[in-house]
Design a protein around this ligand. Sequence first.
Ligand SMILES: [Zn+2]
Length: 459
Amino acid sequence: MRITINRSKMLYLLVIAFMGGLTILLVSLFANGRTYAMHTANRHLYGSSAVESFGLIEDRNGVMLADTKNKKRVYSSDQGIRRALLQTIGDTSFYISSGVHNTFKSELTGFNMIWGINSAASGSKSNLKLTLDAKLCKTALNALEGQKGTVGVYNYKTGEVIVMVSSPTYDISNKPSDINTDKSGKYDGVYLNKLLSGVYVPGSVFKTVTAAAAIENIPDVMTRKFNCAGQYKAPDGGVIKCMGTHGTISFEKALNVSCNSAFAQLAIEIGKEKLQKTAEKMGLTQSFVCDRVNTAKGNVDLSEAGPASLGWAGIGQHTILVSPVAVMRMMGAIANGGKAVNPYFVESVIQNDGTVLYKGGSSSEKLLNVTTANTLKSLLRSNVKNYYGDSRFKGLELCAKTGTAEVGGEKSPHAWFAGFSQREDFPYAFVCIVENGGSGSGTAAPIISRVLREMDKTY
Ligand SMILES: [Zn+2]
């Protein structure tokens, strides 16, 4: 009798353990099934037939960017488009981890929970549509003229990214054989989507943040006068040099001419806590998810900064680093009354049978109050109207800030141009960085002008 009871107990325990294990397995399968099936160790998928089942990738206008023909991955017939879209689409060896070939591989092969990866074999491939305009991406890459850097343009009302390019790049149909052995540095960063994953010293573009902090913390800043004798001496004796000798100028003029003396002085007056808080609030230190890519976090850490270091921080130097996409989003927020609409670039992934596997879309976040945003907007408008010159950006009504960011050593500074069009019918924000390109106004601004003027013809 005792034996029977013990046996029953044992069986009972075994059944419980079995059910428990089964539950864990099922939960885990539903939670991670996609990951298990897509794991690179799954030879079934990543053997010789690696990408033969990947579906079509097209741009916002239906331009074919990648497809599979006769079990071979083929790309656009336009070499310029292939080069411009490389980091967005990605390669088939997944060196470019943020490319959609990698981030959407399960959808591209038609993976589904019921049928597993066989769905692709049964003909139900899926089409991935980007929000990008391939022809404009090509224009942007051409405008970079082989220089390293990135260009981004997005609709600050809808979040759709229209242009996203990184340089250096290569032609995916003719991958250079020396790419992994080259020592000259010409391919440095080639696998990186620099708009989303790069971080750079912002230089004077950061004066937009210092200006926001000044507007919110110094009540009479709009009527203040600053004096620039070619440099500013901080209370601890450190000297912040200006690029010019600007004399007595207003706050607005100080931003127009990008006066280091005025902005170093402002940063010190604002104080490190408030300046840092403003940078955080404007989204420059946070990462956000852009179609499964975690964007790069910036770095604004002023906790140890003395007066001179804080002065340098106020003009975007010191140890400050920002990601291009965060700056573009911040500019979009200024255009949008303080509300940042998060950028996205994957419109949808739809299976041949009509099943929607992924739908891109945007969330939004309030970065600034309306008054600060509108004051900044008029200041950035003044930069272009009164200083850079509207004639360089015909009909675009730009609001913007240039940056010429010192990177130390013998290297030329990074050239920046970031801002937006204030036109209701042309709601686009942008960022352009040319690494070691020199002057922001001289090098980066003409690139944006070329891209936006081309875009203005059809958008
Ligand atoms: Zn100055």
